[in-house]
Design a protein around this ligand. Sequence first.
Ligand code: ADP
Length: 257
Amino acid sequence: AESELIRAQRFESLAMLAGGLSHDLRNLLQPLLLAGDSLQDYQHDPRLARLGKLVRDCGKRGLDMVHSMLSFARGARRAEQVKLGALLSAFDLLMQGSVPRTVSMELVIDDPELSFEGNHTELQQCLLNLCLNAIQAMPDGGNLRIETAQKELAEDFFLPEEPSRSCRYLQISVIDDGPGMDQKVLDHLFEPFFTTKETGTGLGLVSCQRIVGSHGGVMRVDSEPGRGTRFDLYIPLEETVADSDQKDDQDGLEGAA
Ligand code: ADP
């Protein structure tokens, strides 16, 4: 399981690099293509028109490469049925070697039988990043707790501008009672390469966010200096009641009364 995870971690860095690069390259290539396009139609100077065509053709080839790089970054994710109990017990096993004796790790699973669509390896990767961060934040030891819950949340909990439909979410929380973070750190937390560690990469949380995002979910952080840190992952399980319909009905009734 560990070698699979290391492979996944390598792939994750590569995918992130490819994703970031292709995004930036695309923004560079698009104006180049446009410029080539208009030069190509320049009739007063055939030499310029030929150069225009060259610029355009190369730009087009570059853009095609960028698109295949983007689909590599996105498409390699395999969706499967993830079983919560299996995910967390495999994770528990994986962590055994990495938890120092001074840290006590506790795992509380609300419903081990819960099954949802996602990617087992990616989610393990994400939990691993969060737990290693917590452990590194507590060099003198402390408590690390991972717990799960299921919540019915209105979508506007995350997206205030969307009409409020409610959705069932799996909430996975990683909680430590380490030193916590101050506002200055929190402000930059999800920026690539932001790190406060001597040998940190600043990519752990970016990667977590990418993984949770590709599951259609969101990640929240709650941290205060001296009070520890809590990361909550919300993974959508399935859509249920449309709250907005109910609200409309209520409005209708009130209007009638
Ligand atoms: P890295 O671990 O390489 O620094 P991350 O993106 O995983 O990169 O984390 C960025 C920064 O966020 C860390 O350097 C650390 O300052 C802070 N951080 C993350 N998790 C915690 C935590 N549980 N407690 C305190 N600080 C944290």
